[in-house]
Design a protein around this ligand. Sequence first.
Ligand SMILES: CC(C)(COP(=O)(O)OP(=O)(O)OC[C@H]1O[C@@H](n2cnc3c(N)ncnc32)[C@H](O)[C@@H]1OP(=O)(O)O)[C@@H](O)C(=O)NCCC(=O)NCCS
Length: 216
Amino acid sequence: MNVPRFLEIKHLAAEDLQQAVELDRLCFGGFWSIEGYRRELESPNSDLLGLWIGETEEGSSERISFDIFTPQHSELSAATPNGTDTGAAPLQISRKFIGLGCLWAVLEEAHIIMLAIHPQFQSRGFGQALLWALLKSACDRQLERATLEVRASNLAAVSLYKKFDFKEAGLRKKYYEDTGEDALVMWRSGLEKPEFQEYLESKRQEICDRLRRKKW
Ligand SMILES: CC(C)(COP(=O)(O)OP(=O)(O)OC[C@H]1O[C@@H](n2cnc3c(N)ncnc32)[C@H](O)[C@@H]1OP(=O)(O)O)[C@@H](O)C(=O)NCCC(=O)NCCS
């Protein structure tokens, strides 16, 4: 029998920061310390998102449909696959923090500073879900463009960004101090256009369909 699953993407809170540091260590070898994460939480120009997955009690509905939950949303409401509310919150019988994303709002640009999925859960569609949430967040802030730097050798990440129509716009030579590797600079424009809302909605459906089909 299939156990009902859930996926949640939320703004991190102070009590999540220790887990964020651990995931950061696993994925980047320690990009930020806990103080660094605390600064992000406190900054009005930063969106720090986490992705949780888990299982709920038998008989409850799957909650693979996702949005970014903030304290104003009822994050524990049971969502049906099309996202409508069915009332009572299902009991969570397991919960794992597996993804971390951060953007900085700089003038009208979203700078994607961090995107990471726990190594044991990569290549299952979670990176797409989290990138979707960062772009949604940028859109909610009425930003116009998104940009990021990525190691030229990081084919998984480059391919993920291209799936969201990021374009390569140049190289920063020897950008990474540890290896002297070049950074690829990528841009995604058009976030302020009305059709970007439709784009996000169709991406969300696509990502949800894939996550529902796959086991994790
Ligand atoms: C980059 C990263 C966030 C991708 O997350 P993920 O959950 O593995 O990605 P998804 O499963 O959502 O895959 C989305 C797309 O990325 C690409 N991709 C993912 N894993 C890949 C791999 N091992 N090789 C090539 N492409 C890959 C594919 O295009 C994939 O789409 P597809 O499955 O339809 O072909 C993840 O690999 C990660 O955390 N890496 C370490 C940290 C990092 O490098 N972050 C990026 C810094 S800029």
